[in-house]
Design a protein around this ligand. Structure first.
Ligand code: ADP
Ligand code: MG
Length: 685
């Protein structure tokens, strides 16, 4: 066993107790510790003098303890510890809260380095909650101090000590995983050097080089793994050759509208993919309301009439329910057996459906993602479609392949995904774009206002309702807490029902409701038995009620623009002039700019691009999108150019050594370790 895989509890200064705390931040081996990267750094190269301290700034001071510390207790039982210090320009107090033991560490005359925030009161200078380092203890860390993400019970100073010990003791045992010639050719740091300097950089350059090397490793391992998974998928089976199907023409002629040019073009692309032997892996992008569902339906009809089963997956049950309702209507004439698979079915109902899928008695199954992940066995799955989801990637595909299916795949989304990111999420992927809205769509008039307008807006909504329209009121998800989320929508609903809108029918919809309840609310809203639907963002995607023309969004500043655009897309779907009102408390320039974009633009691709510009891709997409292992240091969206470059290197490596058995043996071990959940999908033997 490599030394680095030893438990941290054997490290100097750790022991079982601290080891337990470390486990909370997912550190159990020495190696985990070395790969626990700083969140940021404290640059202490610049030292301030006491008389130059400015209120509110964070500073580094070199001071000497010049008096005895005191502990105070406030009425609220808060303890305050003060320690007088000086330098050659003046005096100050170091102040800690609720750490009365801290004073035991100091004696008069101690020279210490301090980092903390300046608090200037009545001419006196205090440094609050400073970190400190005594001169004699300085463990040649240098002046750039790593700052780590922490758990509650482990302090920065403790962790710093542990990691610096680990580096001292084990840096020499770090084994290089890349061959020398590659390191040289790319001018990379060795792994040893990189792991050392990522924790304790000497300067900007050493930090950058260290980071560069670690990002390289992470992306290379990710890309190699993905390529190997994909190879395995493609090796197993050829794709399906679907037939030319005569029903398509009838279906198109029977539609209550004419397909747009873009819809026709995209279906042709899909159709020729389906007829070819190559298995289809296609991303279908199109703005909200561009009519992606019909195109998907054409593909479904083609697959089923060629003798295969289809699965259609939506991100929420509500959307699945709605798809089911609409699709069954449209497919009515074509003798297609379609079932909805969502939570809340009785066991008997569910088992019956599973049995029928297995026996091929069901042609089309609609549901959430559980449809392909759980215990479901298909008889002859030919086409899998996911709606409004970027997350359906290599992994799900591999999961299907593992079950012995190799269906064609369509992923539909209203959020444009940059090509290089798409490569990571889906491997090799083709993209079709519906770049045209059906004729007659009207711009949704959008207004950003503050909450003082609320009453006026309620009156406006009443006016719309009195003309026969319906409305949505959307509440945000508060700080990702489902409970809070539920509360706020519920509260508003209860409140409005009793006050402003007591003469109207209100409905409530949120993610925690049973699917039967959700289904009922959706049906009632569609049938106009509900005038106003108070909802969380569960209605964000896909919900289609053409009579609803007004949407009020509360706390709009909390949403991403792409999400606001999705929400707004719930109105303006019929022939009525539509409105979207964004109540927001955004005060910063960025917040105002974001709202202004919503007022000005109705084009989802433009909105997304602006959002990307303002927020940066990391936040925009999140980092866990690929659904494989978590990236610790690389940011696939920020490092997009690198991704491309490294993908090419990965291809070259595999050409050179398809099994990675010699020069790349160490790298192979890493891949296996990182992809342990998916290792069966990788062809390496
Ligand atoms: P999205 O692309 O957002 O999923 P949908 O597929 O839900 O959009 O379509 C939005 C609405 O537009 C639906 O009511 C659908 O019936 C209608 N629609 C789709 N294509 C056309 C078209 N070519 N002309 C008119 N209406 C269309
Ligand atoms: Mg849709």
């Amino acid at each position: 066993m490599s030394d680095l895989l030893k438990s941290v509890k054997y490290l100097k200064g750790v022991g079982p107790k601290r080891a337990k705390k470390l486990r909370k931040i997912e550190i159990s081996t020495v190696e985990d510790l070395l790969y626990y990267f700083p969140r940021t750094y404290d640059d202490r190269r610049h030292v301030t003098k006491i008389n130059k301290c400015i209120d509110g700034e964070r500073v580094n001071l070199n001071v000497e303890v010049c008096g005895v510390g005191t502990n105070l207790r406030t009425k609220k039982r808060l303890s305050i510890s003060k320690l007088p210090v000086k330098d050659d320009t003046g005096y100050a107090n170091l102040v800690w809260f609720n750490q009365s033991y801290v004073l035991n560490n100091f004696e008069i005359g101690d020279e210490i380095k301090v980092n903390g925030k300046v608090n200037r009161k009545y001419g006196k200078i205090e440094i609050s909650n400073p970190t400190y380092e005594k001169k004699e203890n300085r463990n040649n860390i240098g002046s750039i101090i790593p700052v780590y993400p922490l758990t509650e019970s482990l302090s920065q100073t403790e962790l710093l000590k542990i990691i610096s010990n680990a580096i001292k003791g084990y840096n020499n045992k770090i084994e290089e995983i890349l061959p020398k010639d590659l390191i040289k050719a790319l001018d990379l740091y060795t792994l040893k050097k990189a792991l050392m300097y990522i924790h304790f950089p000497k300067d900007k350059i050493t930090y950058k080089k260290a980071k560069e090397r670690l990002i390289f490793d992470e992306l290379l391992i990710l890309q190699l793994g993905l390529i190997l998974i994909k190879k395995n998928i493609n090796h197993q089976k050829k794709g399906i050759k679907f037939k030319k199907v005569k029903e398509i023409k009838d279906f198109i002629n029977d539609l209550p509208f004419k397909l747009t040019k873009a819809q026709k073009r995209v279906f042709n692309e899909i159709s020729s993919d389906m007829e070819s032997e190559k298995s289809m892996n296609r991303l279908l992008q199109g703005d909200v309301g561009s009519g992606k569902t019909v195109v998907a339906l054409l593909a479904i009809l083609k697959a089923i009439k060629s003798g295969f089963q289809c699965a259609m997956m939506a991100p929420t049950e509500i959307l699945a329910i709605q798809h089911y309702q609409e699709i069954t209507k449209l497919l009515d004439k074509y003798d297609i057996k379609c079932r909805l698979l969502v939570g809340g079915l009785t066991k008997t109902e569910r088992n019956k459906i599973l049995k029928d899928i297995k026996e091929g008695k069901i042609d089309l199954i609609i549901g959430t993602h559980a449809v392909i992940q759980k215990d479901i066995e298909f008889n002859k799955l030919g086409l899998a479609i996911t709606d409004e989801q970027h997350r359906f990637g290599v992994r799900q595909r591999a999961a299907l392949t593992k079950k012995g299916y190799n269906p064609d795949i369509i992923v539909m989304t209203a959020t444009p995904i940059p090509r290089s990111l798409a490569l990571i999420l889906y491997g090799d992927l083709d993209i079709s774009v519906i770049d045209e809205l059906p004729p007659g769509r009207k711009k949704v008039d959008t207004y950003a206002v503050d909450k003082t307008y609320r009453e006026r807006i309620y009156n406006f909504i009443k006016k719309q309702l009195n003309m026969g329209r319906q409305a949505y009121i959307v509440c945000p998800l508060v700080e990702e807490s489902e409970d809070l989320d539920l509360l706020s929508a519920t509260d508003l609903y209860e409140n409005l029902k009793k006050s402003y809108f007591n003469d109207y029918n209100l409905g409530l919809l949120h993610g925690k409701m049973k699917s039967k309840e959700k289904e009922k609310i959706m049906v009632d809203f569609k049938n106009k038995e509900i005038d106003i639907l108070v909802s969380t963002t569960v209605i964000e995607v896909g919900v289609n009620v053409t009579n609803a023309n007004t949407m009020l969004i509360e706390n709009a500043e909390r949403f991403g623009l792409a999400q606001l655009h999705q929400l707004r897309g719930r109105v303006g779907r019929g022939n009525y002039k539509s409105y979207c009102i964004l109540i927001n408390e955004g005060k910063t320039d960025t917040a105002k700019e974001r709202m202004a974009i919503m007022e000005k633009t109705n084009d989802g691709f433009k909105v997304s691009k602006k959002d990307l510009d303002i927020r940066g891709p990391g936040e925009f997409f999140g980092t866990k999108q690929h659904g494989l292992f978590e990236l610790k240091i690389a940011d696939i969206t920020k490092d997009m150019n690198k991704v491309k470059e490294i993908r090419e290197i990965a291809m070259k490596i595999l050409k050179e050594e398809p099994r990675l058995n010699n020069k790349y043996k160490k790298l192979k071990e890493k891949i296996i370790c990182k992809f342990k959940d998916n290792i069966k999908d990788i062809s390496l033997n």
